[in-house]
Design a protein around this ligand. Structure first.
Ligand code: FNR
Length: 385
């Protein structure tokens, strides 16, 4: 035996993930009216051919106005299924499992991708992140828990009505059905980074006075739990993951000495995980931040791992993922070997080195096939002379 933890397969509801290194979701700003393009096939397919066994596709909007930028991925209409199905099919030929992150950007919607923002042909002043209508944006159709913008230079959201909440819930249900038709192995619901759900969860940003907001934890989590429950019921018996931010990283504590919640933090993350578990969520992918413009994040290697560890400790029976500034095979393997999480997700390191899984296998002394296709075409051809 003696397989390093990173290479212990992980089975979730009958789906076997070949290892515990996930490619973390990464927006590519490369979609065509929400449709995946050749870029996505090559980007995702490139990881699959290079040994990645578990990949989550980027934040994919369930309604057009739920995109971060006009170039974002979407799954709000049936014509978006086919290009995704092609990527799923290809990834499966390489032995990789592929999931999709379903999302709604909330009040961080209708912004410009960085390269568009800085492009020379942008015709108006550049002191704003807003994508205006003539740039493919929809700044007058942005939604949030209340009508407060994320930050200066961002669209002013409309406070969501009960009708708006129902519309978004229905859209998540429809996108879940489309995810099944595309053949995805798992869904991850984006509950992090200040997008719609996170903005509802946090007492900093959800100051509603109805049953969906305010000081009450139950109220702030109501909308998210309602949507998660609906997704679980149409997704059936397949793996369902949730990404959460475990902290707003605003200054000061999570709650004051009277027990008043001041910001979103690890205590509420642990409480929410308990509720998500009851709804049949299999995995919590523990990230942080993105909800508060004045956040101060002390980024050091593995800076979010203590959050994952705290969730794992409180809920040993839910699968927990660690993410954030994990860059070396040894570091990644230690996190799992020390029981702090069950898997790791890497984003930027996979961009620096798309061969990360093969590198990890080499460094940790695991024999893996270099690349399925080359080995299949010419068995033994890659053996070192
Ligand atoms: C991201 N991240 C991200 N997160 C998410 O939940 N959905 C997304 O679509 C994206 N998009 C995205 C694009 C790019 C280019 C980067 C670099 C990051 C965050 C990412 O998944 C991850 O959580 C962080 O990058 C921290 O991990 P690393 O990069 O330190 O391994």
């Amino acid at each position: 035996k003696n397989i390093p933890s990173l290479f212990e397969p992980l089975t979730i509801r009958g789906v076997i993930f070949p290892n515990r290194i996930f490619v973390s979701p990464m927006c590519q700003y490369s979609s065509d009216n929400g449709h995946a393009t050749d870029w996505h096939l090559v980007h995702i397919g490139g990881f699959a051919t290079r040994g990645a066994g578990c990949i989550t596709m980027e934040a994919t909007a369930v309604v057009p106005e739920g995109r971060i930028s006009p170039e974002d991925a979407g799954l709000w209409t049936d014509s978006q299924i086919a290009p995704l199905k092609r990527i799923v099919y290809f990834s499966h030929t390489q032995g990789a499992k592929l999931g999709i992150q379903l999302a709604h950007a909330g009040r961080k919607a209708s912004t410009l991708a960085t390269w568009v923002k800085s492009s020379a042909d942008r015709t108006r002043h550049v002191d704003t992140s807003i994508a205006f209508a003539n740039e493919g944006g929809w700044p007058d159709n942005v939604f949030g828990p209340v009508n407060v913008p994320w930050s200066k230079g961002f669209p002013t959201p409309k406070e969501m009505t009960e009708g708006d909440l129902q519309y978004v819930e229905d859209a998540f249900i429809a996108s879940t059905k489309r995810s099944a038709l595309a053949g995805f192995d798992f869904i991850e619901i984006h509950g992090a980074h200040g997008y719609l759900f996170h903005s509802f969860l946090s007492p900093l940003t959800n100051t509603r006075s109805d049953a969906y907001g305010g000081q009450s934890f139950e109220n702030r989590t109501r909308f998210f739990l309602r949507v998660v429950k609906a997704i679980r019921s149409v997704w059936g018996e397949k793996p369902l993951f949730v990404r959460l931010s475990a902290s707003d990283w605003a200054e000061g504590p999570e709650k004051d000495s009277d027990g008043k919640w001041l910001q979103w933090g690890i205590e509420q993350t642990i409480l929410l995980t308990g509720e998500l578990k009851k709804l049949g969520v299999d995995l919590i992918d523990v990230s942080s931040g993105g909800n508060w413009a004045a956040q101060k994040i002390p980024v050091v290697p593995g800076y979010q791992v203590p959050f994952a560890e705290a969730v794992k400790k409180a809920h040993p029976d839910i699968i927990v993922g660690a993410v954030g500034a994990i860059t070396t095979p040894q570091q990644a393997n230690d996190i799992l070997a020390e029981g702090k999480a069950d898997l790791v997700s890497l984003a930027r390191e996979f961009l620096r080195d798309p061969h990360f899984v093969l590198r990890a296998a080499n460094e940790l002394g695991v024999a893996v096939k270099p690349a399925v296709q080359y080995e299949r075409a010419w068995p033994g051809v890659l053996a070192r002379m």
